[in-house]
Design a protein around this ligand. Structure first.
Ligand code: ADP
Length: 607
């Protein structure tokens, strides 16, 4: 029987997390950690020194009344405080520097990782919630590291040094004090375990709160139009109440450590005081030893309490760290094949050969689709909604990988070229033009970051955007409202056409807008598109009869299959053809290019 070897440290445990974080980052911070540790040790030793010197102070100054050593003792106490102050500053600054750098480093790592992930993953995840989770969790990694370093170097060391003083002064008493240890450890372990679950739930609920808020604000026009305010308010209220209750639970649980540690410490300290007082009163012992012992005990209380809570705090920080790693560990599916080469585009011919695809294994969306979009020509995809047109366009940049068949550009299988080179040769204009945060100029330049200002303006002119851009308050430097809300639909489309133009890619993927623009915008958008299309291989999801009729080739899609293909003339000549029926509907005066016409058509087909 094969014996599966269990890893010695569970990677999900606090220790496992710590090991992973250290192995990924530790090396880069060795120098700064060394400084922090020296400072932390200075803090620990100066604290212990103070407890130790207390005894001598009491004996020499008060019991023996030796004036000449008093100034020496007092001077050294002052110096110890001075050293402690400087060292505390040094360790705090060094640790904060590492902590902030760690947060920054994980934010960068997460962002580039998220961009690597497939459209599929991001399509299934609520982006606002994801962003909020990252915000809450990035600090977790910093806390894991800082808690460990502070606790081990400072608190543990201080404690050891103080216990040393205690043993030196009275070892019997020290042993008695240590009896409170075991019950404390057991109780704390129990609390830490319960906290693990609650903390994770709290992060999730909090990110849902922020997610709903952000999505509501983004869709505020729809919220108001559908008077959804009360429903959403109810939803947020419930979530917020839940988050509030969980926060309270976390506090109650983690603060349960306080009454516990205080009670046990009180027991130990009052017991020691009682014993010391009896000894001094009835047995004439010098008070110095006891004072020093009690001083060390009191000073040891804080670091001991912090160490006791370490597991509890670490458990919370580790939950955050773990959630970050859950995202980082998602492997971007569809990496480039090892032998992937650069795509070399000459004409830009797109060829689909028996392509089958489904978003999930159970429901195929495309089956056995084959057609050629010739180089430098316009090919229109036509068909009722749900026929698979958008899916075809999504497959070209390899947002998803096909299950069967092959897609070739100029003869090269796109599954075997680098995604970077593939996407560089494509420009995409969607029917919902998306504008990013930044100026109008930036938004055009995203098409090709190295473009000069003159090239940006040239592209804008070609896309009939130059004039309206100049009318904006700051021209090209006008900042875009969220999603381009200060611009009209037609203007946004012309901007996204300018973005595609400046990219100067040989292949243009176009998703024609279904919603009608006003006539004037329509004319400009159409002219801009004509310019973008000329001389390129264009694959257009077409809705308007004018676009369809002018296309060099029309592919009629039906339920994931190619139903007909040919030119406008050829297809309209087929008496009983799907396309011919579509034209008849148009002739009846139904709205041009309305998706519903084609759906009617699909209904006709079924009969
Ligand atoms: P069209 O563009 O012709 O309207 P689509 O390509 O958008 O059609 O959709 C084809 C089919 O694929 C539809 O049944 C749709 O429900 C499904 N579909 C589209 N996008 C996704 C997705 N991201 N995940 C799962 N199914 C999808």
């Amino acid at each position: 029987m094969v014996k599966i070897q269990k890893p010695r440290i569970d990677p999900d445990s606090v220790l496992g997390m710590l090991r992973r974080i250290l192995s990924e980052n530790g090396r880069d911070y060795i120098g700064t950690y060394a400084i922090a540790i020296v400072c932390l040790m200075s803090v620990a030793l100066s604290t212990a020194f103070m407890a130790w010197i207390l005894g001598d102070m009491v004996d020499e100054a008060f019991a023996k009344q030796r004036g000449e050593v008093v100034w020496l003792i007092c001077g050294s106490i002052f110096l110890a405080f001075l050293l402690r102050g400087l060292a505390s500053y040094g360790q705090a600054v060094a640790l904060a520097k590492i902590g902030n750098n760690i947060v920054a480093r994980y934010q960068r790592r997460l962002f580039s990782h998220l961009m690597e992930l497939g459209v599929g993953f991001l399509g299934e995840t609520r982006s606002a919630q994801l962003a909020s989770q990252i915000g809450q969790n990035a600090g977790g990694i910093r806390d894991v590291l800082n808690l460990t370093i502070t606790s081990l170097a400072k608190d543990l060391l201080t404690l050891v040094a103080l216990v040393g003083v205690m043993i030196y002064r009275d070892w019997m008493l020290t042993a008695v004090v240590f009896l409170v240890g075991p019950p404390m450890v057991l109780a704390l372990r129990y609390i830490a375990k319960r906290l693990r679950a609650v903390t994770r739930e709290a992060v999730v609920v909090n990110s849902r709160v922020y997610g709903v808020m952000q999505e509501t604000l983004q869709g505020i026009a729809i919220v108001k139009a559908f008077t959804m305010e009360d429903q959403l308010r109810g939803k947020i209220n419930a979530l917020v109440t839940d988050a509030e209750a969980r926060s309270n639970r976390i506090t109650r649980l983690s603060e349960r450590t306080s009454p516990l540690t205080e009670t046990l410490a009180g027991l130990a300290i009052s017991g020691v005081l009682f014993y010391a007082a009896i000894n001094t009163i009835y047995y004439d012992a010098l008070p110095g030893d006891f004072i020093s012992f009690i001083g060390a005990l009191l000073l040891a209380y804080d670091p001991a309490r912090r160490l006791a809570r370490l597991q509890v705090n670490m458990e919370r920080a580790a939950v955050n760290a773990r959630m970050i790693y859950e995202i980082l560990d998602i492997i971007p599916h569809q990496p480039d094949t090892p032998d992937a080469e650069k795509l070399e585009v000459s004409g830009g011919e797109i060829r689909l050969e028996n392509v089958s695809f489904g978003y999930s294994a159970v429901s195929p969306v495309l089956s056995d689709v084959s057609f050629v979009a010739e180089a430098g020509k316009t090919t229109a995809l036509v068909g009722p909604s749900g026929a698979g047109k958008t899916t075809i366009v999504n497959l070209l940049p390899r947002f998803y990988d096909i299950s069967e068949g092959c897609i070739r550009i100029d003869g090269q299988d796109i599954a075997r070229v680098t995604k970077q080179s593939l996407r560089h040769s494509l420009a995409y204009v969607s029917q919902h033009p998306y504008l990013f945060e930044g100026s109008l100029r930036d938004n055009i330049r995203y098409g090709r970051p190295e473009a000069t200002d003159a090239e940006v303006e040239e592209a804008a002119r070609l896309a009939y955007a130059h004039d309206f851009i100049l009318e904006q308050p700051k021209g090209y430097d006008t900042l875009v409202g969220e999603g381009g809300s200060t611009l009209s639909g037609g203007q946004r489309q012309r901007l996204s056409i300018a973005r595609a133009l400046i990219r100067n890619a040989p292949i243009l993927l176009l998703d024609e807008a279904t919603s009608a623009l006003d006539t004037e915008s329509e004319v400009f958008v159409q002219k801009a598109l004509d310019r973008a299309m000329s001389g390129r291989t264009v694959l257009v999801i077409a809705h308007r009869l004018s676009t369809i009729a002018r296309a060099d080739k029309i592919i009629v899609m039906m339920q994931g299959k190619v139903a007909e293909e040919g030119t406008h003339q050829q297809l309209s000549a087929l008496e009983d053809g799907t396309y011919a029926r579509f034209l008849k509907l148009q002739a009846l005066g139904l709205d041009e290019g309305d998706d519903q016409n084609l759906e009617l058509l699909a209904g006709g087909e079924k009969k």
